[in-house]
Design a protein around this ligand. Structure first.
Ligand code: ATP
Ligand code: MG
Length: 334
């Protein structure tokens, strides 16, 4: 069996004495596209930042993060080692492109620099030629090579960030809400460029979003987070058509996703249409970080919770495909 590109085991993240992320297991296989979803504050970005070694100083991770081809754990690795890996083996696209770009440097130089720093192009001339090719791949005209970031639109800037992220053929691309800040008209294009970019390079993708319809379009597998924990994970079509965890069920009911399994048996997932049912909300409120209940983190909002849920955390399945619920919805995944 081909080893996974990314293997996260038992990831915990704490700030002072508050645990923000608990016991996250996550794998991304070669060329696989995995989604990470959950409400605001569920721990998605902290999980991504732990993998990238970009947590603020007072936020402390523990557990294990292994990346293919790297012979040491990324948790606890020093900044020099991490900066060699980031941008080469592990690339990222965040919500706000301006934070990733240097406002004083021309676009062409920034793309070229990312390859020269990691020695993936032998000369400045070769790096400039590769930069022009990358610009073409993100469907931007070559004259933007001489532009500065402030001269570009938000969508163009995010495409430059994507070009830089893909420049060194990373083993894994991590995207955290990459299209949330963009005009809806360019969101679909940027998503398509991300998918085409990772496919062309056989890179794996970890994709974080609030938008379940986007996960249905982009990803093959999904993890659902709540209260800093993974509450369900599995193939997108299984989790979205037959959610087992009561939180996943609520999240789907509250989303713009219309999941339909036609008689042919082939699962068809698409964004909601005019005929979709009314959206519902998950009752109750999300506790503050560090104040989630013992046992099942969702039990104070769950109408199915029993005494067992208060005392014993649940997990049915394998470490990477299953659900954390004693009273699951739906039917067994085949
Ligand atoms: N530096 C920090 N210090 C203290 N608490 C933090 C810090 N960073 C994040 N948190 C808390 O940890 C929890 C998880 O945060 P995280 O940013 O991972 O959520 P998220 O799932 O990415 O949410 P969103 O969808 O809003 O981006 C939140 O309750 C957040 O307030
Ligand atoms: Mg976030």
């Amino acid at each position: 069996m081909t080893p996974d590109v990314l293997t996260v085991q038992g990831l915990n993240v704490s700030v002072r004495d508050t645990q923000l992320v608990s016991d996250v297991d996550l794998t991304v296989g070669p060329g696989e596209r995995v989604g990470l979803i959950g409400e605001s504050g569920s721990g998605k970005s902290l999980t991504a930042l732990s993998i990238l070694g970009l947590l603020p100083d007072d936020v402390v991770p523990s557990g294990s993060v292994r990346l293919t081809g790297i012979d040491h754990d990324l948790i606890g690795a020093d900044e020099r080692a991490l900066s060699r890996i980031r941008g080469r083996d592990l690339a990222m696209v965040f919500q706000e492109p301006m934070t990733a770009l240097n406002p004083t440097m021309r676009i062409g130089d920034q793309i070229a620099e990312s390859m020269l720093i990691h020695h993936t192009q032998p000369t400045r001339t070769a790096a400039r030629a590769a930069a022009a090719d990358l610009l073409d791949r993100v469907q931007l005209p070559a004259d933007l090579l001489r532009a500065y970031p402030h001269q570009l639109s938000g969508g163009q800037r995010q495409r430059i960030v994507l070009a830089i992220a893909l420049a060194n053929d990373p083993a894994l691309l991590i995207c955290d809400e990459p299209t949330t800040a963009l005009d809806v008209t360019v969101q679909a294009l940027v998503l398509d460029l991300i998918v085409q970019g990772v496919l062309a390079r056989s890179s794996a993708l970890l994709f974080i979003t609030h938008d379940l319809a986007v996960v249905a379009t982009v990803c093959e597998r999904v993890l659902v987070m709540y209260g800093g924990r993974v509450v369900e994970s599995g193939p997108v079509h299984e989790v979205f058509t037959n959610p087992r965890h009561r939180y996943t069920q609520g999240l789907l009911a509250a989303s713009n996703l219309e999941a339909a399994a036609p008689a042919s048996g082939r699962t068809n997932l698409q964004a909601g249409t005019a005929s979709r049912p009314r959206l519902t909300t998950i009752p109750g409120t999300v506790p503050a970080a560090g104040h989630f209940p013992s046992g099942c983190v969702f039990r104070n909002r769950c109408t199915h919770a029993t005494d067992l849920c208060a005392t014993t955390p649940a997990w049915s399945g394998t470490p990477t495909t299953g659900y954390a619920c004693h009273h699951p919805a739906g039917a067994s995944h085949a």
